[in-house]
Design a binder for this molecule. Structure first.
Ligand code: PLP
Length: 412
């Protein structure tokens, strides 16, 4: 459910017409709905009420500071993957004991910064990383709390680029190396193993792979118990999918119920790291039609939003529903919606049935709140878009559109 709805043929973001926002703030434009963010967070978090748990929003999905502040104000913890995300989470007021640090390649500086902040734990992904964290923690006179990211070799049945829990993926440790890692961790002076972690992929549309991974982790926990290692935190990562097109992912409530059933008697705090399911349908990208062009074989709608603004269609061939900001009731045609970038891979939609639009009209890409702006770039020296948060009839500029000066600010 989201708060982007039509009233008499005009698309509204909560109480404000999207076209009005585009008139005032220009395009391409990201518009987020505060009510939708709140609703998604509440729905997800409350699905785990039956368990001792922490919902650590995955910052990479949408890291705008205003978004993080909104979620932090609702009690969210954060899952981070870089020093930059740590910086943002702390700036947003997230308390360090609610921050978990994932990622396969944490640098020495990033480890030092996270130790200085005293985050809850590092999700460690290799033996080499474990040794590095121990060395740095020793130098700093600290003890690093860690969990190991276990790669359970489960097929999440999602796009290969966002599938992370199969043995061919770079992520985590297989079961055998995980055992070695825990044995080594208890020997190291500056390491305290407190958790078990896994994240098998993103945009999962069924619960089964989660349950399969969970079973493997629970079995593994028995082995740890046998070694006298007591795990306090079970981090199950993120990955719950959303509806972009016709997918029917499980509702967070059903997801919560299925996990609660398996975990209710376990004396551990469960950590969840949802990203897409919180942010995806809480945002749209608005773009203006620059030109239309008909060739003997195709019709193109050329818009001012491009792959640098929303790369998911080009990168994963992923589907974003596209529609008019103002409905005109015109006939549909088969079109490609493309941006101005000098790449044939620069498209927002291909072979899509859309009402024929005219120059100056606005189109809306739905489900752009997650992995939209955060994956944007300056390719072709395009300035990154403006981000707005609408809360009822109030608009906040969550990020200004970049200027030309911003583009070269760090160059000689
Ligand atoms: N946790 C980790 C370790 C991740 O790598 C990701 C995304 O790739 C997430 C959580 C969030 O996943 P999603 O946005 O699918 O919920």
């Amino acid at each position: 459910m989201h708060h982007f709805e039509f009233r008499d043929g005009t698309l509204f973001a909560e109480e404000i017409a999207v076209n009005e926002l585009a008139d005032t703030y220009g395009t391409p434009l990201y518009v987020y709905s505060a009510a939708t963010f709140k609703r998604h967070f509440e729905a997800f978090d409350s699905a785990f009420d039956g368990l001792e748990h922490m919902t650590c929003y995955s910052v990479k999905a949408n890291s705008n500071l205003s978004v993080l502040k909104l979620l932090a104000s609702m009690g969210a913890g954060m899952d981070i993957v870089s020093g930059g995300e740590l910086y943002r989470a702390l700036k947003a007021g997230v308390s360090p004991e609610k921050i978990v640090y994932s990622g396969v390649g944490k640098s020495a500086n990033e480890i030092r910064e996270a130790l200085a902040a005293d985050i809850l734990m590092f999700n460690v992904e290799s033996l080499a990383e474990l040794e590095k964290i121990n060395d740095i923690a020793e130098q700093e006179g600290k003890v690093a709390r860690v969990s190991f990211r276990i790669n359970p070799d489960v097929d999440p049945k999602t796009h290969p680029y966002i599938s992370t829990g199969m043995k061919k993926n770079k992520f985590g440790l297989d079961m055998e190396h995980s055992l070695k890692a825990y044995s080594r961790a208890v020997e190291l002076p500056a390491i305290e193993p407190i958790g078990m972690d896994c994240h098998i992929g993103s945009q999962l549309t069924s619960i089964e792979p989660f349950l399969e991974a969970l079973d493997k982790l629970l079995n593994f926990n028995e082995k740890l118990k046998g070694m006298g290692i007591e795990i306090k935190y079970l981090d199950l990562g993120g990955g719950l999918g959303i509806t972009y097109d016709e997918e029917e992912p499980p509702h967070p409530k059903a997801f919560g119920e299925a996990l609660t059933e398996k975990l209710k008697d376990l004396p551990m705090t469960v950590i969840l790291e949802p990203g897409r399911v919180i942010a995806g349908n809480a945002g749209i990208m608005v773009t203006e039609v620059l030109y239309t062009k008909e060739t003997p074989s195709k019709s193109f709608v050329i818009v001012d939003g491009a792959m640098n603004d929303l790369v998911r269609p080009s990168l994963y061939d992923s589907f974003h529903r596209i529609g008019e900001a103002e409905q005109h009731g015109r006939d549909e045609r088969d079109v490609d919606v493309v941006g101005p970038i000098c790449e044939s891979g620069d498209f927002l939609a291909r072979d899509r049935q859309l009402p024929w639009v005219h120059q100056g009209e606005r189109l809306v890409c739905y489900s752009a709140g997650a992995y939209g702006f955060t994956m944007s770039s300056n390719y072709n020296s395009r300035r990154r878009a403006c981000e707005l948060i609408v809360d009822g009839d109030k608009v906040t500029v969550a990020r200004k559109r970049e200027s030309y000066e911003d583009l070269i600010a760090n160059e000689l």
